[in-house]
Design a protein around this ligand. Structure first.
Ligand SMILES: [Zn+2]
Length: 183
């Protein structure tokens, strides 16, 4: 079973190599199943192979239509000049949110698990997700293009969120313990 890798694991900084159909183990079919399992368990909409410690050019994506699948050897054909700005998160950086500007539309090519070449046009969040995952395959994380000050502020907010969650969980623990004592 594949396991989610988190920052600062160095595998997140390493570029992935081409997926060779028929030569890889596990097979494309199995990798798709396993990566979709991890992505769904973590409630993500994208998961690059680097994020499960595998340096191969493949990522899982969940499109806004609800369709979830893997793209093997994905590449950008063209991007729109029109940009979109929005909050972006990453499963490997829990609770960290950064405002990132990306093209509104992407035309891309990839291979599906059956080694069929596919062309797809993605817009909005789907385009954002595709480009985020493609960056992972090049060893680039969404924190890399962000200024030091902006990143420091986002990390502070991340820590505040974490300490709030810890307090909340502690309360929950106390409550559970209390309830057990009543038995
Ligand atoms: Zn990510």
């Amino acid at each position: 079973m594949l396991k989610l890798v988190k920052h600062p694991d160095p595998v997140l900084k390493q570029p992935a190599t081409t997926w060779e159909f028929g030569c890889e183990w596990p097979s494309a079919d199995e990798i798709e199943d396993q990566m979709l399992d991890v992505m769904m368990a973590e409630k993500g909409i994208g998961l690059a192979a680097n994020q499960v410690g595998l340096l191969k050019r493949v990522f899982a994506i969940k499109l806004s239509t609800g369709r979830s699948f893997c793209m093997f050897n994905p590449r950008v054909i063209s991007t729109s000049e029109k940009m979109q700005s929005g909050d972006e998160g990453c499963l490997s950086f829990p609770d960290l949110w950064l405002e990132i500007s990306r093209p509104m539309e992407v035309v891309a090519e990839y291979f599906d698990k059956n080694a069929q070449e596919c062309k797809i046009t993605l817009t909005g969040l789907d385009a954002r997700c595709f480009l985020h995952e493609l960056d992972h395959l090049d060893g680039v994380c969404f924190t890399d293009g962000v200024g030091q000050l902006k990143l420091a502020l986002a990390v502070k907010q991340q820590q505040q969120r974490k300490s709030y969650e810890n307090r909340y969980q502690m309360k929950r623990c106390k409550y559970t313990t209390g309830a057990q004592n009543e038995d």
